[in-house]
Design a protein around this ligand. Sequence first.
Ligand SMILES: [Zn+2]
Length: 599
Amino acid sequence: MLGRLGLAVITLSTAQASLAQPPRVSAPISNVSYEITADSSAVGRRQLGVAMSFTVAGTAPVILALPAWSPGHYTLLWFARRVSQFSAQSNGALLDWRKVDFQTWEIKPRSAGTVRVTFNYLADAVDRAVAWTAPNFAFFNGTNLFFYPAGRGFNWPARVSVRTEASWRIATGMDPAPGTNNFTATNYHDLTDMPFYVGRFAIDSTQIAGKWIRLAFWPAASLTTARRDRTFAWLQKIVPAQIAVFGEAPFRNYTIFQRSDTLVNGGGLEHQSSQVDEVTTSGLDASYLPGLYSHEFFHAWNVKRLRPADMVPYRYDDAQPTTWLWVSEGVTDYYGALALVRGGINDSTGFFNFIANEIASVAGAPPTAVSDASLSSWINPTDGSSGLYYPKGGLTGFLLDIMIRDATDNHESLDNVMRRLYDATYKRGKGFTGAEWWGEVSRAAGGKPFTEFARRYVDGREPLPVDSVLRLAGLRAASDTIREPRLGISTSTDSAGVSITQLSSTGAAAAAGARIGDRIISIGDFTISNDDSFEPFRARYAGTTLTTLPMTVRRGSETITLQLPVRLNARVQTHVIPIPNAPERAVRIRGGILRGSTS
Ligand SMILES: [Zn+2]
């Protein structure tokens, strides 16, 4: 894997060397401000208007770049590709400019004074890291829009002002500045980590642990009273359980930006005082939502502040690989699930099912070092290991937690590792190294060395010692094979119901005569109302001896009942189960993990 990384770097530096003429260090600039136009005219064209102003001391070239990616979203998006009608002027006169590479512009001021750069930004991509507009709404993140001067570091202040309709609202984590719709940041990292919602959307807030927690939901109708109350109730349980790990809430306030649509990709992206979530319209009441909010919230500590040294400080011009995403993402997954059980949203069975799913995901992937899977996130491998650092990292975190507790008779925990590492690195203004991570793990475990564990199971491809470590917490993993009915279809859900969007020609639904566009009303004695309806349907008819089931569909104005042949597919299901009469020490370890306590 190091070879592959080396190759990528060599390719890049060759490309840069051939293009970098003159050296890409900008003349210094000061008094930086950005003006974003997101009124009904701009968003109606799926555009944002951007104007950047700054002061120069002379005629040396100013070199401005746009980020290649947005931290947390480990994929290269090259935001410069959405720029059009670039222009630069000073004192009313246009300035010469040229591109020095695909994401970098060089501008030639004619004198000292103020330079104003303007461009349009295409905001039509459905991606939680990319600006997006609707007729009454705009979402953007600073990485999309805010140029930085090349080679000048990121520790300079900037102002943002938003021009929009008088009746539209703005939500952002940026600090307000004097005047209307003005905001400030003291450095570029903060500037580009504070997403904006502008337009018509619903907003509400509550206090949790002394901090204001806001919900900003688009479209406005998606934030019903019931959803608001339910979401706040979840957060009242999740957030204190997470604060307990680190001993502090390091944000002034926190916003959950949520966008729901039929076309979104689904998922979340973390920022230092917010998360941007995309939820399909049919998923607005899905059971996974508390887990999504919890995962993204835990990132406010783990990765936004406690971060691998490879990613401190962030660079924006290119990929920033690390072997430690299994801690940043996988251990976040583990704590996301722990907060649900510690806060009382899930019971222990729900948490054990989460661990069982991680075990199954790891077992279903090719043997891959979790550090290699981390490193490869940027290229989205096709060998089945893509994203493996989530489940394998979460499972590794769980095993480490058990081993630390076992080595110290439940007096120490992974919680303590996280908090000490946070204090020792983030609070001293740096990222953590591998030596610091394993050092804290080993110290927490009373000096037990983890060199072998790291070599075999983290940097190596040996299967994790799941059975032997789970036993130390009075748990065992068991698998059984379930034969459940499959229809051979893909569906989408909207307010009218669940309709077939794809049909496998060899599947059961096709054999029954179903067509693309049919709306499924019921199968057997199950009403199908949304995507979540299929799981209880499969469970109900698992292993059935029936050979057909009635499937009622709506086709145009007709209601038709088809005879669905029952086709059972085998699936291996993993369970994590408490061992009856486990030793007292193992029971204490298990209880300590579930409660977030030590003995
Ligand atoms: Zn994450």
